[in-house]
Write a new protein. Structure first.
Length: 567
């Protein structure tokens, strides 16, 4: 048994090395070691784990062979330098595995925990993870979670990953810093930002209230425009606060890891770039690195830096588990919906990294290979990052990624790299004829994919999803206008101003766009503040009074702030 585990570990080392270096010789060695271990293994579960690894190694080797045989024209779709994370492995359909599954189905919650504990003690981490996940699945009920039992299973799964980390030596940083004090300090700062936003919303209510006028009163239009400008200023302040918060977190990480090997710049994406970010929004960003410094040492440093930053964000306690894409809980790569089963209904959803799901992944980690797309790294030089805007790359990746990378904002590091990146963006977008077609094509595709947003919304007697039903529509409308007019400014507010400056819209319509954006953004912010996180449900009901019965003075109404029903 010990020989089997030792040989399997050696195989894992060669598999990791071969995957990183793209050397198929190391993968061949890994396969030979796994076959040798398989000949010694007499346990069903151990056999399953080894067969998994053999299949995964063969798949990686075949993919490398396929990529190697492609012409340079096809290789442009694969961005260089991606360092993949551990990928989930597909189970073969064998009698042994079928027997193991049937045996596991008859095991109780306690049986799985005991089996998992023994496997963890013996160092059989794959078996331990499988059993702890199975125990969790038996008692998992999103509507009525058993917090004690779920916590027990999750702690055990955490123990498994601690041991895996010790084996691989990945992302282990020795430090004397008191992480708990640092996390508490950062959390306090984050809460202060949220409290300040709520206070500023209350002030806006008092100073700019257009709803005291009739709809056809000219005074209402003027006050509504003033309120929109006040909301705009609020969101610009939130974006600036968040930029400074992220900068300080990165500086803390660098103080532990040591100075970077080259010049760099963190660039904010998504709502951080559009200046519509809330104090609860996910963190979407990429890293630009200095031209000529793109090598394994540089990439490993910034991957470690991102891992450390991720740990700091997770320590805030606002990262739900599914976006982490843990294969035993939420396997988004599998076509079997049964493998995406865990729902985190307990953890508050606030500041967190963008998820590792294949359709998300807007962090420097990038995305592993999928069935239809090559792996992607978002640690690139300005020139390489700008290539996502080329028409052929956009077609291969889907327009969404290139659109996200078109609107960026400086977060920390060397702002000259961001300037260089924006210049290269402009050159590609307005340069060759093919690339000039990309923006209108992307705009048309966005309109088609979001066509349901333009249908009338029925709100009677139901809760609304503030993000999907309200916030998304103005964002799509302005993004389509920006794409069509080839405006590369990041901030939504700046895009509206630029449309007016270029004469693409009249001043009156520009005001309407600002009001539309401010209302949707304010509603989303109010909903998150009231619900204490990214919970998007809000009520569309307006304030109302009930006639008192039998001399009582009982009234019922809906609060002005979404999501709260008061009596």
């Amino acid at each position: 048994m010990l020989e089997t585990e030792a040989i399997k570990s050696l195989g894992g080392m060669f598999l990791k090395r071969g995957t990183e270096t793209k050397d198929t010789t190391d993968l061949t060695k890994a396969s030979a070691l796994y076959n040798t271990a398989l000949a010694r293994c007499g346990r069903i579960q151990g056999t399953m784990a080894l067969v998994h690894r053999l299949l995964y190694t063969a798949r990686i080797r075949q993919e490398m062979k396929t990529i190697g045989n492609k012409s340079p024209k096809h290789r442009v779709h694969q961005q260089k330098g991606h360092v993949p994370r551990d990928s989930p492995m597909t189970s073969p359909n064998t009698d042994a595995i079928g027997h193991a599954k049937r045996s596991q189905q008859s095991m109780t919650y306690e049986d799985h925990l005991k089996t998992g504990d023994r496997a963890l003690t013996d160092g059989k981490l794959d078996v331990a993870e499988q059993n702890f996940a199975s125990a969790l699945r038996l008692i998992h009920d999103p509507n009525k979670p058993d917090r004690c039992k779920e916590a027990d299973c999750l702690c055990r799964l955490g123990d498994v990953y601690v041991q895996q980390g010790k084996r691989t030596k990945e992302a282990n940083v020795e430090t004397n810093l008191c992480s708990s004090n640092s996390a508490k300090r950062d959390q306090k700062r984050l809460e202060e930002t949220r409290t300040r936003a709520k206070s500023q919303l209350d002030a806006i209510d008092e100073q700019h209230n257009p709803y005291q006028y009739d709809e056809d009163d000219p005074a209402m239009i003027a006050v509504e425009a003033e309120r929109a400008e006040a909301v705009k200023a609020l969101f610009k302040n939130i974006a600036k606060d968040r930029q400074m918060f992220i900068r300080d977190l990165v500086d803390e990480c660098i103080a532990v890891l040591g100075p970077p090997p080259c010049k760099y710049a963190f660039i904010g994406l998504g709502s951080q770039a559009t200046e519509l970010v809330t104090p609860y929004s996910d963190l979407e960003f990429a890293i630009l690195i200095e031209e000529g410094k793109d090598n394994d040492v540089t990439r490993r440093y910034f991957l470690n830096l991102t891992h450390y930053l991720h740990l700091k964000v997770i320590n805030h306690g606002e990262t739900i588990l599914p976006p982490l894409a843990i294969p035993s809980l939420n396997d988004f790569q599998s076509e079997d919906p049964e493998k995406d089963w865990f729902f985190d209904s307990v953890t508050p959803r606030g500041l967190a990294f963008d998820g590792f799901m294949p359709w998300a992944c807007k962090t420097p980690f990038g995305r592993d290979k999928t069935k239809t797309k090559h792996p992607v790294s978002l640690i690139q030089t300005p020139a390489e990052m700008a290539k996502f805007q080329q028409l052929e790359v956009s077609l291969a990746e889907g327009y969404h990624l290139s659109d996200i990378l078109r609107r960026v904002v400086f977060l920390t590091g060397e702002d000259t790299l961001v300037t260089e990146y924006k210049e290269k963006l402009e050159g590609i977008i307005t340069g060759d004829l093919l690339s000039r077609f990309k923006s209108p094509l992307s705009a048309l595709k966005m309109l088609w994919e979001n066509r349901e947003q333009f249908h009338p919304l029925k709100t009677e007697g139901q809760l609304l999803n503030v993000k999907k039903d309200i916030y998304r529509f103005p964002g799509i409308a302005i993004e389509v206008l920006a794409l069509w007019c080839q405006i590369t400014l990041a901030s939504t507010w700046d895009v509206i101003d630029e449309l007016k400056t270029r004469g693409k819209t009249r001043e009156e319509n520009a005001t309407h766009l600002t009001v539309l954006t401010s209302i949707s953004a304010e509603l989303r912010l109010r909903t998150y503040l009231n619900n204490g996180g990214q919970k998007d449900s809000m009520s569309p009901l307006v304030k109302m009074k009930l006639q008192p019965k039998h001399g009582t003075s009982r009234h019922c109404w809906i609060s002005k702030q979404p999501g709260v029903i008061l009596e």
